[in-house]
Design a protein around this ligand. Structure first.
Ligand code: NAP
Length: 283
């Protein structure tokens, strides 16, 4: 029976560390500030934004909220992002997705200054990760890395398989594991022998969006299994991409859904905001 990797506990540990660090920054006259833009009335987005604001409040990060009506034009949003880019008191800018259809998401998110890209989504941030230079790391994959490390598992020399190749999760995940000297393979929807490859993994990270895609037969005995997926099963219950009940009998360690990767994403967003403020101190 696998060890449960507790994302709630590990994310709380990170938030406590950040809280301490923010208190120290404040003592030096630096208050990290996150600007959060929400356009429209999508209820899931409103919940995500509320959770991010709560985390900011807990840690001591100032959160500035811009809640705009769904009729907001692209030009209005461009103007706001430009102003926030120039505002020296703002360390991070987060545009909650999805945006209403009249607005080009890629154009708006692409306008955020790389210095304030706390989501780590910009080509500049991904490029920095690719060549191993300083930059914001995408929050969900960075959270997965922390889960693995803080649970005491080493990555160096391990066979790592990432299922999924999205720009926000799969690709940066593979790059982060590579940076840690893992031997990394990415599999995706066109992979022919998926199970054969996933069964080689010492560390298996699954980010697909397909309930229970990964079964016990797809997993090596003793693997560390990280489930990024967030889906609803046939009964409307939250579930991951991994068949938790069966895989837990075979794995060495596994993340649950909920309570695994989810809480880590916000913790790493907070870490990126503090990182932006840390940089200010170094400048
Ligand atoms: P995405 O952009 O839809 O990408 C899914 C990836 O999975 C694609 O690369 C796709 O391959 C691959 N895929 C789809 N079906 C497959 C199959 N049958 N076998 C192998 N690979 C397959 O999704 P995402 O944004 O990466 O998110 C993935 C999951 O993670 C979702 O459930 C999402 O809700 C969850 N998520 C959770 C958090 C969190 O904080 N917990 C954060 C982000 C995402 P192709 O490229 O070939 O199409």
């Amino acid at each position: 029976m696998a060890v449960l990797i507790d994302g709630k506990a590990i994310s709380s540990e990170i938030k406590e560390e950040l809280k301490q660090e923010v208190a120290e920054l404040k003592a030096q006259g630096i208050t990290p500030c996150l600007a959060v833009i929400l356009v429209g009335d999508d209820s899931a987005s409103a919940i995500y934004v509320r959770n991010k604001k709560r985390a900011c409040e807990y840690i001591g990060i100032e959160s500035r909220s811009y809640e705009l009506p769904k009729e907001t034009t692209e030009q209005e949003l461009e103007k706001l992002v430009r102003e926030l880019n120039e505002d020296e008191t703002v360390d991070g800018i987060l545009v909650q997705l999805p945006l209403p259809e009249q607005i080009d998401e890629e154009k708006i998110t692409g306008m955020i200054s790389p210095k304030k890209d706390v989501d780590g989504f910009l080509p500049e941030s991904i490029g920095a990760l690719c060549i191993g230079s300083e930059g914001f790391r995408s929050c969900t994959p960075a959270g997965v890395l922390e889960l693995i490390k803080r649970s005491g598992y080493t990555i160096e020399g391990k066979e790592c398989v990432v299922v999924g190749r999205s720009n926000h999760v799969g690709k940066p995940m593979a790059l982060l594991l590579l940076e840690q000297n893992g031997t990394v393979t990415i599999v995706h929807s066109r992979t022919k022998n998926l199970s054969e490859i996933t069964r080689r993994a010492d560390i298996l990270v699954v980010a697909v969006g397909n309930p229970k895609l990964i079964q016990a037969d797809d997993v090596k005995e003793g693997a560390v299994v990280i489930d990024v997926g967030m889906n609803r099963d046939e009964n409307g219950k939250l579930c991951g991409d991994v068949d938790f009940e069966h895989v837990k009998e075979k794995a060495e360690a596994i993340t649950p859904v909920p309570g695994g990767v989810g809480p880590m994403t916000i913790a790493m967003l907070m870490n990126n905001c503090v990182e932006a403020a840390r940089k200010k101190r170094r400048e």
